[in-house]
Design a protein around this ligand. Structure first.
Ligand SMILES: C[C@@H](O)[C@H](N)C(=O)O
Ligand SMILES: C[C@@H](O)[C@H](N)C(=O)O
Lengths: 161, 161
């Protein structure tokens, strides 16, 4: 597991926005990202999980500086009836921390090690998303340095090359 | 937008498993992936969105052939009190479809175009996750070929080089 992860990435200038309780019907995701694209919001992460009773939440991240513009664009589209949501949750207190490794054939082992490391530090995971070469989590921003250092140690990344 | 997306990836041999209503406390994600790693389950996607009233869902994908082993490992860990969930939702009828592009600085525009394309084909999006170079969705497996062809057309990828 150790030599599979070759780096830790982090970023603290993103905010997390979640549209709580959107309809799980074709067209809803397109309707949500139309006003965001038109307003020129730079969206990084997009996370949606399975629905329950026909509703689900839609989360995305954008620069902290874009939050007001994103909210205005979404509220205007909602007022025009383009889609509906119960509430827009804005969290500007997040940091994204990722473990990076090209050979992560099975995420289960490296993910478990990453999550266990965060748990041992008492850090709660707000959001998780993965790609072929990364496992990324959103955590409280105050834990970013601690988490990055702790993961460096856990995956033996501190050794000088 | 068009020349930013350079390819469409797809895979139909993954299943989607969702642990519905897990506790949003440090240590829970680590506890869930421990039995999966020990059982040698090859996990590809991991998706968790923000929690509500202290509970959230944990979704992961694994090869269709690993579903029974994954379920047994999770049920055994639950029986041992290592974590709790209300229900394990198993969906073996999914396909993963991704748009790929290195310069996707802002996902909002390309994501909106992808989601609109799926909506126009009447394809419902079950799960969404992104990385720096990809937007990936899980859809009903029966729509995989249609979706891949439709996205090729939408992003002008069919032109001979
Ligand atoms: C929630 C949203 O993703 C919806 N299922 C859609 O297809 O647009
Ligand atoms: C739900 C799960 O991610 C939990 N928040 C944890 O940190 O383990």
């Amino acid at each position: 597991e150790n030599n599979v992860v070759t780096g830790i990435a982090c970023s603290r200038d993103e905010a997390k926005l979640t549209l709580i309780s959107v309809a799980d019907r074709p067209g809803v995701a397109a309707a949500i990202f139309t006003p965001l694209a038109e307003a020129g919001i730079i969206v990084d992460m997009i996370v949606q999980n399975m629905s329950e009773e026909g509703r689900t939440d839609m989360t995305f991240s954008c620069p902290v500086g874009d939050v007001a513009k994103a909210e205005a664009a979404l509220e205007a589209a909602k007022a025009r009836g383009e889609f509906n949501y119960r509430e827009l949750d804005k969290d500007t207190d997040v940091a994204k921390v990722s473990i990076v490794g090209v050979g992560m054939r099975s995420h289960a082992g490296v993910a478990q090690k990453m999550f266990k490391n965060l748990a041992d530090d008492g850090v709660n995971i707000k959001v998780i998303t993965t790609s072929e070469i990364k496992v990324s989590v959103l955590v409280d921003r105050k834990y970013m340095e601690l988490t990055v250092q702790s993961l460096h140690d856990a995956f033996d990344l501190d050794r000088a090359p």
